[in-house]
Design a protein around this ligand. Structure first.
Ligand SMILES: NC(=O)c1ccc[n+]([C@@H]2O[C@H](COP(=O)([O-])OP(=O)(O)OC[C@H]3O[C@@H](n4cnc5c(N)ncnc54)[C@H](OP(=O)(O)O)[C@@H]3O)[C@@H](O)[C@H]2O)c1
Length: 281
């Protein structure tokens, strides 16, 4: 990864932190994107010490807010005329229904719309790299989900944290499929993955019995080190150079759900996401 320029979102904890560390160990210039300035600066300093790699930068952005996504994309574009890898890793589940600053259900805003917006805003540097890669951390949780275009972000009606999360992770896979198609003329590849059930901080943001449930469940989960393996593989391995549009787990390309393979849904989601993020105007 020497000389490669990499951005990892949600790199202050869990799978993203280990992904950033592995890529830094391999010699990449790594930009960490996360929302907490103090934690981000501390993690960047720790990673420099742990890896001996001085090329680690921190970019502050609350990725659930479009203004922050636009601002951080500008900062990244100013720092890098070419970007080899974007790892869209940041994500969360929210036990109670919340709305984002831009008026969308928060899970959908953070897990899908911000990924859509950031990736599109970084198209120029990704295309300028020899072989740009977009890696998006989806989840096996997408199975059983479908999109309802009458209420795409699920802001109307009753709320289920699990359903909202499932929907957002289905959107990650459909986005990857459509991105691979739309950017096919470039050298940029787009792949996504399920990391496994990982003992990270995931779910602990809710501070309720739900977080306790996650803590107990994680006794049976794999480590963040193991959970980061497929992200690192898709970001850096020669095996997948030129491979695009795939959904991977344990470093193998596998079939996602039927809903995740629907080309019409993927196209429609892209068009709606353009409108929701304001990228169409
Ligand atoms: N853990 C699992 O079993 C599992 C399974 C399947 C898929 N995934 C996916 O894996 C990805 C990483 O999750 P994880 O398990 O590593 O969770 P985690 O330990 O909770 O880490 C999440 C990271 O995302 C950051 N983040 C959260 N909200 C953000 C926001 N609004 N703006 C910017 N950064 C934000 C967090 O920042 P802070 O440090 O400030 O909290 C943290 O760095 C997610 O997309 C998740 O859906 C996880």
């Amino acid at each position: 990864m020497g000389q490669k320029r990499v951005i990892v979102t949600g790199a202050t904890d869990g799978i993203g932190l280990i992904t950033a560390r592995r890529l830094a160990e391999a010699g990449a210039q790594v930009g960490l994107v996360a929302r907490n300035a103090e934690k981000g600066a501390r993690v960047a300093e720790e990673l420099k010490k742990q890896t001996g790699n001085p090329d680690i930068a921190f970019y502050k952005a609350d990725l659930s807010k479009f203004d922050d996504v636009r601002a951080v994309a500008n900062e990244i574009r100013a720092a890098h005329s070419a970007l080899d890898v974007l790892v869209n890793n940041a994500g969360a589940m929210f036990i109670g229904k919340q709305m984002s600053a831009d008026g969308f259900e928060l899970t959908f805003a953070l897990n899908h719309l911000s990924v859509f917006l950031l990736t599109n805003l970084l198209k120029e540097p990704l295309v300028a790299a020899d072989q740009g890669r977009v890696v998006t951390v989806a989840s096996v949780a997408h199975r059983g989900a479908d999109l309802n275009f009458a209420d795409l972000d699920g802001q109307n009606g009753s709320y289920s944290a699990w359903r909202a999360y499932q929907r957002s992770k289905l959107a990650n896979i459909l986005f990857t499929r459509e991105l691979a198609d739309r950017w096919r003329e470039s050298h940029v590849t787009a792949n996504c993955l399920h990391p496994g059930f990982v003992a990270s901080k995931f779910g602990e943001n809710n501070n309720t019995a739900f977080s306790a449930f996650f803590k107990v469940g994680k006794m049976f989960a794999i480590s963040p080190e193991k959970g980061a393996e497929t992200s690192v593989y898709l970001a850096s391995d020669d095996d997948v150079a030129g491979q695009t549009g795939g959904y991977y787990t344990r470093k193998k390309r596998v079939q996602p759900s039927r809903a995740a393979k629907n080309a019409d849904t993927a196209k429609r989601l892209w068009e709606e996401s353009l409108r929701m993020t304001g990228l169409d105007g």
